[in-house]
Design a binder for this molecule. Sequence first.
Ligand code: FNR
Length: 388
Amino acid sequence: MGRFGDYQNEIYIAGLHGHQPRLPIRFEEMQAKAHAVLPASLVSYVAGGCGNERTQDANVAAFDGWGLVPRMFVGATERDLSIDLFGLKFPTPIFMSPIGVIGLCAQDGHGDLATARAASQTGVPMVASTLTVDPLEDVAKALDPTPGFFQLYTPTDRELAESLVHRAEAAGFKAIVVTLDTWLTGWRPRDLSTASFPQLRGLCLANYFSDPRFRAQLARPPEQDLQAATMQWARVFGNPLTWDDLPWLRSLTRLPLLIKGICHPDDARRAIDGGVDGIYCSNHGGRQANGGLAALDMLPGIVAAAGKVPVLFDSGVRTGTDVIKALAMGAAAVGIGRPYAYGLAVGGVAGIVHVLRCLLAEADLYMAVDGYPRIAELRPDMLRRVAR
Ligand code: FNR
């Protein structure tokens, strides 16, 4: 992708030839377009959150509470946005957060593959959800050559969990991300109002339906009895893990193990003592609990507790400047969620690539203008609270 900020030159030069951007630049416009093309049940599933959605609004608003102090006479003509994570080098500091049902957001119903292709084209890694339309092996193939991570919703059946992790390893995923905050679903009024929950309709369950352990427990295969298979999925889906389960989780893989949903420094410390390789600070985009605390406000405490262990972050990132602020607070990598789902809905693979390029261009130009050529120079003391 060259220098990320150059995306604006491409756009302006195309304008000289009479071409306006086909895809929206601003998140709000992309969201509005996506809402116009997606079926109503998917709009409520993707856009909706828990309760009256104060947490998801707070996630976004929290970024407005911080500003980066501009530095001059730096001449930041070259910016380095690359990061090292678990021994891998990534060209950018962002990744695509796991989104179950992303499969359904694509016009052709194969959004997991589209996301993987966008990762392949951009070098921005995808964290593939457990809940996909296409099996994880197919997603892994489409990711190549960009490394990807596999996100695990830990089932109550330990053998099924082991099978999923071993399949992810065999498929070439480079880390396992265990999501802790979704062993049951939070109270989501938008979905409740339409009585719609895609998985209960047998959708996005390919990883289960293709799993030998899962299939062995069915009287008839999912192709013959979708309802029974779906009910079996509902029985095994959510495991209310406790600290006693951590040694077992750790034993599942030699790949880097990350835990997602961490918001308290004590939880971060204890998990690191238990052998995890990365902490993923997130409140699931406000979809799970409506406690009102923005994930960004939790990030500095988690970074301090984690020490040298990398902290990944998501929840509320909408712009390139948001990415930079999270990095300045100490995030090792920043997750993009709903923005790429909307890009996919509107423009397929090209739509995701466009969203990622816009975020990266804005981040890159922000670093250029404000005089921060390297991520290491984005430190917490360069951020100031914004008085309201
Ligand atoms: C999610 N998220 C999520 N997380 C996860 O670990 N596994 C999953 O399958 C899903 N599925 C999912 C579906 C949808 C529609 C959304 C919007 C989100 C949470 C996701 O990884 C991330 O934490 C949030 O998207 C971050 O919030 P924002 O920035 O998208 O608001």
